[in-house]
Design a protein around this ligand. Sequence first.
Ligand code: 5AD
Ligand code: SF4
Length: 459
Amino acid sequence: MYYINPSVMNIEACSEKKQVYFKNLKFYIHTFGCQMNENDSERIGGILAKEGAQKSNSLENSDLIIVNTCAVRQKSEEKLFSFLGRLTRMKKNKNLIIGVVGCVAQLHQAQLLEKNSAVDFVLGPDNYRGLNQVILKHFGEKFMAIRWSRQWKEIPPEHVLRESDISALVTIMEGCDNFCSYCIVPFTRGREKFRPFPNIIKEVKHLADNGYKEIQLLGQNVNSYRDSFSGKDFSALLRDVNSIPGIEWIRFITSHPKNFTLDIALAMKEGEKICPQLHLPLQSGSSSVLRRMNRGYTREDYLEKIKLLRDLMPDISLSTDIIVGFPGETEKEFQETLKILEEVRYTNIFSFRYSPRPLTSALGMTDDVPFEVKKRRLIEVQQLQKNLQLEKNKSMIGRVIKVLCLGKSKKNPQIFSGRNQGYQVVNFKSPKDLTGEFTPVLITSCGPHSLQGETANHS
Ligand code: 5AD
Ligand code: SF4
């Protein structure tokens, strides 16, 4: 590891005192970005808790604040910097340690320490294991660790401090070799690295023993998973995870269309616990834009995979990511994205305006779609999708569906909230607390983003 900068804080360099200090430490982790970041934060939290530090639920009540960051769009970075401004003001009145970890840490490295005097340490996504020793050793100094390792760094499942005790995130690979021309991830997360197969199975068994009902396998491109020892691939992993007793629903994210094979689709169909639900990022409905994005498939290839999936699993729930206003995107190319949304009829989409990112090859293309046009295209995509979702959701009224209850609704504690197999949010009334249980729900109404109903036939 590589450390920089001399001591700036005044905590004594006695390791025993540091350990005592650590035990009394209250920490708070603020997470921006994707589910992998959420799982990383759970792992970081577990490492700190193992050392005796206590997780706090409030920023104000904490001695150590770690910000886990996302660099995928400029806006994600801006959110970090405004949050850091708030922490800097807090630090003026108390003894606070601030760490920045994750993708922005990897991207800006020492600049984060230099520009933000309040930041005490910077850790890249591959430097979390051993964080406890690192903090203990370098307490009172500014430090940074941003090295990538070629090897998977296992954090034992019992040292993960999970946010949910019903649904668990399980990281199976990290990094990306695809270099889509707009994407910063290969530069922040590094090349693909696969978690050893037996470790994944061990973690899922551990979760099943601890009463978890649902797991989500995570990676930037789970479809390219391959165990370096046995050579087993992602479909083999799905089949083995499916055979673990206790876990009832299995999901995975993210899939790359070019690596999504018939074998994976068959493993989904045959695995009775694998939810018929798939997030398959399209990015653009135009083959020429896809070529400029370096996505490795055409509009036709993508639609063929969707057909294959629907032939095998007619009720499959599909979601996607869309970027509008990529360099050179013409009105005709944009219309092809709208057309494909009508054709596929996704359950949900995530849509973004193209945001030029450092180090990416698209930075060499002229960002020639005016901001106003990007804005208008995004609204068009979102409006169309909203109508399509509403139509789809309305067709579910009157049906009874199986829902995993995840707890009380945040907006209204009188009702419960959960998800169905298709990963749709379902808010429902129930005479008793069903948190952590599966329940049939009769759908009585809907909006574009959620279904509403009441428990049906629950004994
Ligand atoms: N601009 C806009 N959206 C982006 N994404 C990734 N990079 C960019 C970018 N530079 C989107 C993609 C990806 C999702 C996680 O974020 O749609 O699938
Ligand atoms: Fe980024 Fe493309 Fe890799 Fe996804 S597949 S993380 S969009 S480079």
